[in-house]
Write a protein that binds this ligand. Structure first.
Ligand SMILES: CCCCCCCCCCCC(=O)SCCNC(=O)CCNC(=O)[C@H](O)C(C)(C)COP(=O)(O)OP(=O)(O)OC[C@H]1O[C@@H](n2cnc3c(N)ncnc32)[C@H](O)[C@@H]1OP(=O)(O)O
Length: 181
């Protein structure tokens, strides 16, 4: 499948954080009301991302009728959100808080409503605060991809980054104690 994302040739390697989820364990939601992974996001994707070997993660997503874009197939924006979410679990394996600054998707084949898509993400490398990731969506054979994604995340200090916005959160009561100086 074609992708023209240019991976920098001078990335550094990184190591798994000692307290990161072990292979086979859920990476865990980063916010209980997150649209992508939150267990208390009734209109969200409720993705459960699992740590893989090395610096990889995966998640399965059932493509339900409300995800439809073209007739009988998934909306590209839903798949894009799922990719963002799953690749966004890679910084957690590094023990880092990070947000997406760049997200790029190559769509290779339609994804049928009723199918279950596996999203598999890996770390490509790091460069200062930047974390480069790649992910593939497939139906069981990673070499037969439906779509490929690349994303760049940048590490942040959670409290500084979100303090101006946390009162807008549906979980503000839970966050407030952690964000009040
Ligand atoms: C409590 C729960 C916590 C954890 C919460 C985790 C939530 C995850 C949610 C799922 C993922 C999302 O949807 S996240 C939501 C969508 N994303 C966002 O809202 C992010 C909005 N962007 C920002 O706020 C800002 O850009 C920051 C803070 C990320 C970075 O700003 P900054 O701190 O001033 O840093 P800056 O110097 O500009 O950039 C740092 C490095 O990144 C590079 N860089 C910047 N933008 C880009 C870009 N588009 N593409 C490539 N590279 C880029 C710069 O060149 C630089 O590289 P160099 O000079 O080192 O070479």
């Amino acid at each position: 499948m074609r992708s023209e994302f240019v991976v920098p040739t001078d990335l550094d390697t990184a190591t798994r954080h000692p307290r990161a989820a072990a292979p086979g364990e859920p990476v865990g939601e980063h916010n209980p009301v997150c649209y992508g992974c939150g267990s208390r996001a009734p209109h969200g994707l409720n993705l459960r991302t699992i740590a893989g070997d090395g610096l990889t993660v995966w998640a399965d997503m059932a493509v339900t009728p409300w995800m439809e874009g073209g007739p009988g197939v998934i909306h590209g924006g839903i798949l894009s959100t799922a990719f963002d979410e799953v690749m966004g679990a890679i910084p957690k394996l590094l023990g880092a808080n990070a947000v997406t600054v760049h997200l790029e998707i190559d769509y290779g084949k339609p994804v049928s409503v009723g199918s279950t898509v596996r999203l598999h993400a890996e770390l490509l490398g790091v460069q200062r605060r930047k974390i480069f990731t790649k992910a593939v969506a497939h139906l069981g054979d990673p070499n037969d991809s439906l779509a490929i994604a690349h994303a760049v995340f940048v590490t942040i200090k959670g409290r500084e980054h979100f303090s101006d916005y946390v009162e807008n959160s549906r979980a503000a009561d839970e966050y407030r104690p952690h964000f009040t100086p």
